[in-house]
Design a protein around this ligand. Structure first.
Ligand SMILES: C[S@@+](CC[C@H](N)C(=O)[O-])C[C@H]1O[C@@H](n2cnc3c(N)ncnc32)[C@H](O)[C@@H]1O
Length: 194
């Protein structure tokens, strides 16, 4: 599939995505999420980037839509899906997460990922509302963000409040330490759309 837009993927970003620390973070957050899933799900990966989360979930049999405004990211995501033999279960949409309510129907997804995006949002509750709009009632929202060691940090306690303000019920809160002894760590919160 050809996608239009930004056809530039900085090498530093690619190196980071492929680093052991990043792979470990994707593996841990996938394992946490999987504990809450039962059978194949329709997943929206908002800000899905190069598809590392999407391909992992597609390999488990889930059907994943990667949404990202950057065309180069989506091209890389499809190449990654191809390489792993799951291109039929990975789809791409070039758009902003804030536009999700206009792009999808109200029950189109069982799971929405918001991984490493919320810390950049000016209106976090507004973004979470936009992302729960296409989520079916009872569907799950997984939010991952840096807890420490990053330029943009959004405290997990604030995100818990944001999720409740957006009408979601918090089910679980995990700490995700990427590397022992390394200052960069993440939180992951799983919430249910009520
Ligand atoms: C830090 S990466 C996160 C990638 C991946 N989800 C992860 O956890 O590694 C940020 C991604 O967010 C995308 N992005 C930035 N602003 C966005 C927005 N408003 N809506 C959706 N994606 C956005 C960028 O293009 C980039 O691919």
């Amino acid at each position: 599939m050809t996608v239009q837009g930004v056809e530039f993927l900085p090498d530093s970003r690619r190196d980071w995505q492929d680093s052991p620390a990043a792979r470990r973070r994707h593996a841990v957050t996938e394992a946490n999420l999987t504990r809450h899933l039962d059978g194949p799900q329709r997943v929206l990966d908002a800000a899905g980037g190069t598809g590392h989360d999407a391909v992992r979930l597609a390999l488990r049999g889930h059907d994943v839509t990667v949404l990202d405004p950057a065309g180069a990211m989506l091209t890389a995501a499809m190449a990654c899906a191809d390489d792993h033999g799951v291109a039929d279960r990975v789809h791409v949409v070039q758009a902003m997460a804030e536009d999700a309510p206009e792009l999808f129907g109200p029950h189109d997804f069982d799971v929405v990922l918001c991984h490493n995006l919320l810390q950049f949002a000016e209106d976090r509750v507004g973004l979470l509302r936009a992302l729960t709009a296409p989520l079916r009632e009872g569907g799950l929202l997984s939010v991952v963000g840096p807890a420490s060691g990053a330029l943009f940090v959004c405290p997990a306690s604030d995100v818990l409040d944001d999720l409740r303000a957006a009408g979601a019920e918090v089910l679980a809160h995990y700490g995700v330490d990427v590397q022992s002894g390394h200052p960069l760590s993440y939180f992951q919160i799983i919430a249910r759309n009520v």
